[in-house]
Ligand binder design. Structure first.
Ligand code: DX5
Ligand code: ZN
Length: 235
């Protein structure tokens, strides 16, 4: 099993299964891992926080059954991530990340990150926090900054959540640069959305060490070649 608590020697490649064939999910996941993806990124949306419905813990459980050794990075784009911690842990998630936009720093009555992080760890998963493109460096500093020492990963969204295949937003790179200056060696910086061979070099240069790709991997006819191209662009 991948250990994400140590700085990787080269950026880790996370295959986002949102662009896999949902009718052949296990086969597509195995194919991505066998051809060189380091981990699988799983997008959970509730139709409220993000304008799409994707998958839930049952899908994750199925993926886990077919891939007992894969690292499953679960990205919760939902209003109340706290409602799902234990069910995703039981289904086999390795990492559970939730958005700062649903936390009390940005929304009255929202989630308490400290409490959620503790529950995620108690359930046996790594905790991660996520920030959307419209949220600022101040939101990052105030809403995620206090928890950095206790987070396995911070995910900087480079598109607005909802769908694969959107255009990369380069203005989010400043948030990765800020994180690069503030995280310790145990915290990864992940970027998600619009990453391809053109946009990956700027993300990696900004400090990103976990790169998520859906379209640039599952959307390519020759996946082995697509993964090689992603690797070359991530150096
Ligand atoms: C967007 C999702 C992403 C998405 C990435 O809401 O969080 O993980 O699948 O897709 P691409 O790589 O096509 O931008
Ligand atoms: Zn995602």
């Amino acid at each position: 099993m991948l250990d994400i608590t140590h700085p990787p020697t080269r950026p880790l490649l996370a295959a986002s299964i949102l662009s896999a064939d949902f009718g052949a999910m296990a086969e597509d996941c195995k194919d991505a891992i066998n051809k060189g993806a380091d981990l699988l990124h799983v997008d959970i949306m509730d139709g409220h926080f993000a304008p799409n419905l994707t998958m839930g813990a049952d899908m994750l459980r199925g993926v886990r059954r077919h891939l007992p050794d894969a690292f499953l990075d679960v990205h919760l784009m939902v209003e109340r991530p706290g409602d799902y911690v234990e069910s995703f842990a039981r289904a086999g998630a390795n990492l559970f990340s939730f958005h700062v936009e649903v936390c009390e720093s940005m929304r009255p009555g929202g989630e308490d990150p400290g409490e959620l992080i503790k529950r995620i760890r108690d359930a046996g998963m790594h905790p991660g926090m996520v920030i959307n493109p419209p949220s600022t460096i101040q939101h990052l500093e105030q809403g995620i900054g206090p928890y950095l020492d206790n987070l396995a990963l911070v995910l900087v969204m480079s598109v607005n959540p909802g769908f694969s295949g959107q255009k990369f937003m380069p203005e989010v790179l400043d948030k990765a640069r800020w994180l690069k200056e503030h995280v310790g060696p145990g915290t990864r910086i992940e970027m998600d959305g619009g990453l391809n061979t053109d946009t990956l070099p700027s993300a990696v240069a900004a400090g990103v060490d976990v790169t998520v790709t859906a379209t640039a991997l599952f959307g390519e006819p020759d996946r082995a070649q697509a993964i090689k191209n992603i690797r070359v662009a991530s150096i």
